[in-house]
Design a protein around this ligand. Sequence first.
Ligand code: AMP
Ligand code: MG
Length: 413
Amino acid sequence: MNPDRSMLTWQHARELILGCATPLGSEVVELSASAFRVLASDLAATRQLPPWDNSAMDGYAVRVADLHANEPLPVVGTIAAGHPANEPLPPRATMRIMTGAPMPAGADAVVMREDADEQQGQVVFRKLPRLGQHVRHAGEDVRVGSSVLSAGSVLGPGELGLLAALGRLIVPVHRRPQVAIVSTGDELVTADEPPQHGQIVNSNAHCLLALVERSGAKGRILPIARDRPEELKRCFAEAFASDVVLSSGGVSVGDFDFVKQVFTELGAKEHFFRVAMKPGKPLVFSTVEQRGQKTLVFGLPGNPASSLVSFELFVHPALRRLLGYPAAQSPHPVATVRLSEPIRPDRERTHFTRALCTRSAESPFDLWARPLAQQGSGMLRSLVGMNALLEVPPGEATLPVGSELHASLLGPV
Ligand code: AMP
Ligand code: MG
């Protein structure tokens, strides 16, 4: 039960956000610029692969019916890759053939070189081949007209190799969302300025930019916005032209937290404010429609750990949806892990604990999670080297060593 009714569960918050996120329109890009983009339509093959029958081995192209154990055959030519034979294979003869070279007409198998003895233009085979042995048949990999990739596929190395082989020089992909990163706060200075007393470096912008780029979207850091409604308004009016706005700070209940109010004044519709989670309770999600374009607006909390955790739980899945990934796909694998140290849950909110997951040496399928020290939401150290967010549900009792929990795996384990 959630005792504070104005707070959503994190699952409900994520559902609301994903309900507002639909894949962006498509654009056509060159194959060489399409790595890790998401395909916007189904693609069918206009060529077959392999294009012609060819040898899978260095060896001898033969006609199986011509072969008898220990009977030599004359070698009447050599077929190299890229150099098809001009003549068919004559009766009762063989041709040397290299891997990837087209089969000569009339040949129906290849004997590998390791199974042959050639002397003075005659070859004897130690093993007789089956019909079709070591032949890669035209179209056995891909048939003309067959569907090769479906919309929503990510163009990874294998997909790009396939598209290149099929001669697809341009591909339709979803547009990458443009993400404007706005950091708010009178205390903030850029990383190249020495902070005076009372000032801190705007570290969130750099952290968020890396998170955005890792998701596949395009990030842009806007100038720091001071805690004054007029300045915030000017800054967000510009940011609202992007597909997504990530603002950090100024969404809590402080005297100078104007971000929420400014979103509304600029015409954004607020979907929720506050989620029953730790870190990251204050979180505003709004949408704004301008000139037929919808912008997702996230007012993330200012504390570094809060903004990072909120990004992974809410922004990352939304960006993936805009990028065209299938709706049901989560950005992170979720695993069941066991605690290597006890944890005291929060009484009311799900605690997303930054942790280091490792595999057990004895049984490598078992994952153990060690909560990192310094879980304070303002602490930067616990963000370094973490590879998992543990989902610790609200509760009273301490969870002992060995307790099972769900973890989102953010990095290799
Ligand atoms: P706020 O959400 O604005 O109340 O800020 C909460 C805490 O996060 C304060 O200690 C801020 O100084 C800190 N903070 C806010 N914005 C940033 C930022 N861009 N980078 C690092 N820390 C920040
Ligand atoms: Mg602030």
